[in-house]
Design a protein. Sequence first.
Length: 375
Amino acid sequence: MVTEVDREQVLAYRAGAQGLDRSTRNLSKLPVFDIGFQDTPAGSAAVALAARLAKAPSNEDLIEDESLVFAWTIRGAPHLHGRADITKLASALWPLGEEDARARLAAFGSDMKRAGRSALEAQTETAKAMRAAVKKPMTKGETSGAATELAPDYVSLWCRSCNSIHIHEQLFKLSALPAGLELTTNRSPLMLAPIEGRPGIPTKAKGTESVIRAYLTFLGPATESEVASFLGTNRSLIEPAWPGDLAEVSIEGKPAWLPRARLASLKKARPGSMVRLLPPYDPYLQARDRGLLLADKAQQKSLWRGLLGAPGAVFTDGEITGVWRAKMAGKKRLVVTVDSFRSSTKRARRALEREAEIVAGVRGASDVEVVNGSF
């Protein structure tokens, strides 16, 4: 039997599943750690946690928290995860085969195919080289230089910006976790170090279905194509790992999937009264059905702008109602600039100002100013 739901229910379900109602008080109890918090730009993970916790941690708190770890994980992007899960994630994110390995390397994977090289072998050899190179904390540059010397020549290419030959950037990042390396800091200079108790380099994928199930839990109901995009691969390539404990859902006529155990939560989901400042690449914004999150094409373009200069999202009562950016004015004053998509109530404006104060605290500012021409 197919469960029929509307857009409002889906968005309300996701907000609740991700803890945006701030019902979870303990950082370690936030279930959304299962898909991680992307830390792009550095410090974003702390702001994303502040949107979900009554007591917001600073970026320094996260670095010092031994139960957490930064690493290059999903799509090779820096993420914050629970340390207890990080070694399992290395196998769960390992390619499901040669075609999957090529897909995750995008253009470089296609180049390897034309050259008659195995992308899966390339990742294995790169992980071996990185593991052998890093025995203590090292900068990204030191790691790249040492690993490039140890790795086979075909995994490297000329880099114009670096004016040197080194391991392909995406291959380097995708191979770091399988090599057993974490990021001791995601700020410049980037530092990598061995993960304590790291297992051997994966020989095959194991646990991929758990990552897929996590996406469907926190960003579902969703399609196979949307999950594949999140992982940086193609729909047909994740089919062998597609979980069997799913229920089919119709979102206003569009078929999608959700873990069967989450159906009851989806059916009873209703939008909450809340205002949150979500940073760029917040887990809520990782959903690949962007048209569901934000119908207006121009508004989509203003929010999802690529890695450089991407703003955060103003989240009001279940809807994305604007974008925001923040910059320091001096050492202690944070200026938050908000561009609204619609008019707002006095309640929402006051709530937004409180949220800006929370972001300022996370950023280490003692004063904050909210600037918005439409307010």
